[in-house]
Ligand binder design. Structure first.
Ligand SMILES: Cc1cc2nc3c(=O)[nH]c(=O)nc-3n(C[C@H](O)[C@H](O)[C@H](O)COP(=O)(O)OP(=O)(O)OC[C@H]3O[C@@H](n4cnc5c(N)ncnc54)[C@H](O)[C@@H]3O)c2cc1C
Length: 426
């Protein structure tokens, strides 16, 4: 597989210098993920003097591509969800990134291994009844888990699916929030062979950027905003903040008068989902490209496996919710050992010698992110609106959690960044 060369995303500003010089900036955008890049791009295109300030040493945030053995592996976002209304389709064309339109097979179990066709049908029916209850007869309290059928053998499976989709089980999931996403999403999911993370970073090409520069506070007492960073104080007329809800709720960026907004962030915690890539040393032709397996439909601690994505000699593993938390505790090699054992149980013990860990993520351990994607706690779906409504007209918030219907996605994050920028442009 030919992988295009990595494109440096942006020129780091003062990365070598020990402090960032004070500047008369129009706008500072805090956070160089999809939302921050969308905001900074929009402002720069409108002629504003904008600086994108990122705590990490790279851009992309939760969209991160790593290059291993000549392959671009997405350790965060991988799918352009709802491709019909996903701006990254057009952006990919702009930057010359090809898209693979092969649809995911998440609902199929390859060859029915460990999960027969009859069981899949039963589980699917249980999920359909659960979702019908959420829509037509929602239990009081807005807690999705309360709509599970007591004693159903498929409740664990439904919670496991929720772990992958929402990063949490149904007990901590708002029904209104879950349905807002489901009602807006389509089932057209595409991928970027050169990496979704690389694509997101490419959209920052040419933007002025300060990497490795965590912002600690915004002082809004003067006519201009003073932004404290670990490497000095910056000065701007307006600011857009795109840090994740867990970072905001933790108080990592102090802003006076924003307590209600930080409480809203706490009502939109990040669930956990993590990826692992296992290299296949030989025997890859025994597996169908892009086929899918769920490790164990009766266990909350299980992985979901995409066999040979793009036809590559790898297995892409994802853990969600409780399973992802458990794997974070085990560490990358521990998680890989677990995944290999699950695969051996389905495919046969010969796979133990054929698979090895290539790369993996632990998003809840990332200091400046702290999780994977947001979900609203029961009764708290309106927190998304609070988070995206400015307290000070000079300061806007953006990021996946600010989207009422496309949260937990790269395209949702990007759209909130563009909207925040347009809000400042007036
Ligand atoms: C494993 C996994 C799989 C996923 N799969 C998909 C998928 O297939 N499709 C999809 O659309 N989405 C997926 N997502 C979700 C998607 O990645 C996110 O919703 C999206 O990337 C969030 O973008 P953002 O800009 O809102 O936030 P982030 O990407 O988190 O960007 C915020 C940035 O702010 C920086 N920051 C934080 N604090 C500070 C500070 N104090 N100063 C300066 N900078 C700071 C952070 O370092 C970060 O770079 C997945 C996520 C994960 C983790």
């Amino acid at each position: 597989m030919r992988v295009p060369p990595f494109r440096p995303a942006a020129q780091p500003l003062g990365l070598i210098a020990r402090s960032v010089p004070m500047q008369d900036l129009d706008v500072i955008v805090i956070g160089g993920g999809a939302a921050g890049i969308g905001a900074a791009r929009t402002l720069a295109d409108a002629g504003k003097d904008v600086l994108l300030v990122e705590a990490d040493t790279r851009l992309g945030g939760r969209a991160r591509t790593e290059h291993v053995d000549g392959m671009a592996l997405d350790l965060g976002a991988g799918w352009l969800h709802s491709a019909e209304h996903n701006p990254w389709v057009e952006i990919a064309a702009l930057h010359g990134f090809a898209l693979d339109q092969t649809l995911p097979r998440w609902r199929e179990q390859w060859r029915g291994l460990g999960f027969s066709v009859a069981e899949q049908r039963e589980a699917g029916q249980a999920f359909a009844s659960f979702e019908a209850r959420l829509r037509t007869d929602p239990p009081p309290g807005d807690r999705a888990g309360a709509a599970l059928t007591p004693g159903s053998p498929w409740n664990v499976w439904i919670d496991t699916i929720s772990g992958f989709v929402n990063g949490t089980d149904t007990a901590k999931l708002s029904i209104a929030d879950y349905l807002a996403y489901e009602n807006a999403a389509t089932e057209t999911d595409w991928r970027v062979p050169a990496g979704y993370g690389a694509l997101v970073a490419a959209q920052a090409n040419g933007l002025r950027t300060a990497l490795a520069t965590p912002v600690t506070s915004i002082d809004r007492s003067g006519t201009r905003l003073r932004v404290e960073t670990s490497r000095g104080t910056l000065d701007a007329g307006q600011v857009i903040v795109t840090a994740s809800t867990d970072v905001l709720a933790q108080g990592s960026i102090a802003i006076a008068g924003h307590d209600a907004l930080f409480h809203a962030a706490a009502a939109l915690p990040l669930g956990v989902a993590d990826k692992l890539f296992l290299g296949i040393d030989h025997g890859e032709d025994d597996l169908d490209a892009n086929a899918h397996l769920l490790g164990d439909p009766r266990n909350a601690i299980t992985g979901t496996y995409t066999l040979r994505p793009f036809g590559r000699p790898v297995i892409e593993v994802m853990f969600g919710g409780e399973g992802a938390r458990e794997m974070t505790e085990r560490g990358l090699q521990g998680a890989a050992d677990f995944a290999i054992e699950e695969l051996c149980a389905l495919l046969g013990g010969q796979w133990r010698r054929r698979l090895r860990l290539l790369a993996g993520s632990a998003w809840s351990r990332e200091t400046h992110i702290r999780g994977s994607y947001s979900h609203a706690l029961p009764g708290r779906a309106a927190a998304r609106q609070i988070l995206s409504t400015p307290v000070d007209p000079r300061i806007r918030f953006a990021g996946e959690a600010c989207s009422a219907t496309e949260f937990s996605t790269v395209h949702g994050a990007y759209k909130t960044g563009v909207a925040a920028a347009r809000g400042l442009l007036g």
